[in-house]
Design a protein around this ligand. Structure first.
Ligand code: UD1
Ligand code: PEP
Length: 420
């Protein structure tokens, strides 16, 4: 198993190229299942979750081929099976995103229930309810969602009780091929939703309202794709910005989109960072020790839960006391006990972490428990003056492309090591 060995204390300096967004690429690759013609996707990040998606699509009979480092061709013109097995779904919850496209195009899908994960129970009831409203017959048998439909799905008016990102995406993809006009209310407004809608529209879909809480989707009979470029990863960008702020460095993130990071940029400015932006770049300089900032996660455009752990790492070395409240997932503070092991003064009260910054973190052997918790431990390791070992970094490999190479290029002392 791989681990990171980090010797902190070096301010990050330089430029870093941001990869395509994991959370946009995953639904977009699954959208290839809706297309009768091959589609080429550009700016696809090289991540374990993308490799899992390729395995999943290949199991169905789709042909997937890397054309260059970041461009991937998917030909789903001939699909032989519509079953997403537990073996793959258990390694990547976003596998649930094949449900809508398979059902809409082939009238049949069998997808393993993803089950809970480290950060919460994460049910998929809204995905299932929405598809049922579109006329699908859905049962859960032996841990699998078995969905069937005779002919095309039918348009429906769907109100989502809870704002769900992949729920909205699944229903949007299903509605793209349904008969009539579907309206999804209380839809997620994340930039990745807008990216998926743009991708679907480039394939001939009629999706309106993406980025607002009401989506109007007029179904078409067929979709045919050509080429689509995935948006930059706002969470990877935010992670590098926080790492630079925590180490009091100066970096410039290239190939990114500042408009997708407004809540994060605003909190970094509150922490004392000097931030400048251009059309596709964000530069950050942290001239002095950061100030601790209060955070409350909520659906976009509010502060993203996927940046919560990184800001907790920033707060534990910042000046002052602050609270971080997690409102999306019920168990997303697994980094807290690990940060305590590094000397952080932090405690948990329900869904709020309260910290008072310490002068210095001490390196320790810590365990990554989920993707963003891993990122927060790496940030803590970059600040600690003695050696930190972050174990179980397979979590970070799901969502960050070559993070150690990018950090090394910014001057960090971080090595991937193999541990038994
Ligand atoms: C691949 C991907 O894009 N993952 C992102 C996506 O996850 P994901 O789409 O799984 O998260 P959701 O937006 O669905 O979850 C939001 C909340 O809704 C609840 N819920 C969701 C669906 C449902 O059917 N029933 C239900 O109760 C969840 O348990 C959670 O409490 O959005 C999350 C919230 O921004 C991010 O942290 C993840 O990085
Ligand atoms: C929680 C995340 O991803 P996933 O939904 O794929 O688990 C994440 O990207 O932080």
């Amino acid at each position: 198993m791989d681990a990171f060995k980090i010797i902190g204390g070096q301010p990050l300096h330089g430029e870093v190229m941001i990869s395509g967004a994991k959370n946009a690429a995953l639904p977009i690759l699954m959208a290839a299942l809706l297309s009768k013609t091959p589609v080429t996707f550009a700016n696809v990040p090289k991540l374990n979750d993308i490799e899992t998606s390729i395995k999943l699509l290949s199991q169905f009979g789709a042909k997937c081929q890397w054309l260059s480092d970041d461009s991937l061709l998917i030909d789903a013109s001939n699909i032989e099976h519509c079953r997403a097995s537990y073996e793959l779904v258990k390694t990547m919850r976003a596998s649930i995103l094949v449900l809508g496209p398979l059902l809409a195009r082939f009238g049949h899908a069998e997808v393993s229930l993803p089950g809970g994960c480290a950060i919460g129970a994460r049910p998929v009831n809204l995905h299932i309810q929405g598809l049922k409203l579109m006329g699908a017959d859905i049962e859960v048998e032996n841990g699998y969602i078995i969905a069937k439909n005779n002919g095309r799905l039918k348009a429906a008016n769907i109100f989502m009780d809870t704002v769900s990102v992949t729920g909205t995406e699944n229903l949007m993809m299903a509605a793209a091929l349904a008969q009539g006009t579907t309206v999804i209310e209380n839809a997620a407004r994340e930039p990745e939703i807008v990216d998926l809608a743009n991708c679907l529209n480039s394939m001939g879909a009629k999706v309106m309202g993406a980025g607002s809480d009401t989506l109007t989707i007029t179904g078409v009979e067929t979709l045919c794709g050509e080429r689509y470029s995935v948006m930059p990863d706002r969470i990877e960008t935010g992670t590098f910005l926080v790492a630079a702020a925590a180490t009091q460095g100066k970096i410039k993130c290239l190939n990114t989109d500042p408009t997708a990071l407004e809540a994060v940029i605003s909190k970094l400015q509150e922490a004392g960072a000097i931030i400048t932006t251009g059309e596709d770049w964000i530069a950050l300089e942290m001239p002095s020790k950061p100030n601790a900032v209060n955070i409350r996660t909520a659906p976009h455009p509010a502060f993203p839960t996927d940046m919560q752990a990184q800001f907790v790492a920033l707060n534990v070395i910042a000046q002052g006391t602050a609270t971080v409240t997690e409102t999306i997932f019920e168990n997303r503070f697994m980094h807290v006990p690990e940060l305590q092991r590094m000397g952080a003064n932090i405690s948990l009260e329900g869904n709020t972490a309260i910290s008072t910054g310490v002068a210095q973190l001490k390196g320790a052997q810590v365990m990554a428990t989920d993707l963003r918790a891993s990122a927060s431990l790496v940030i803590a390791g970059l600040v600690a003056t003695t050696e930190t070992q972050v174990d179980r970094i397979y979590h970070i490999d799901r969502g960050y492309q070559k993070i150690e190479d990018k950090l090394q290029a910014l001057g960090a002392n971080i090595q991937r090591i193999s541990v038994s």
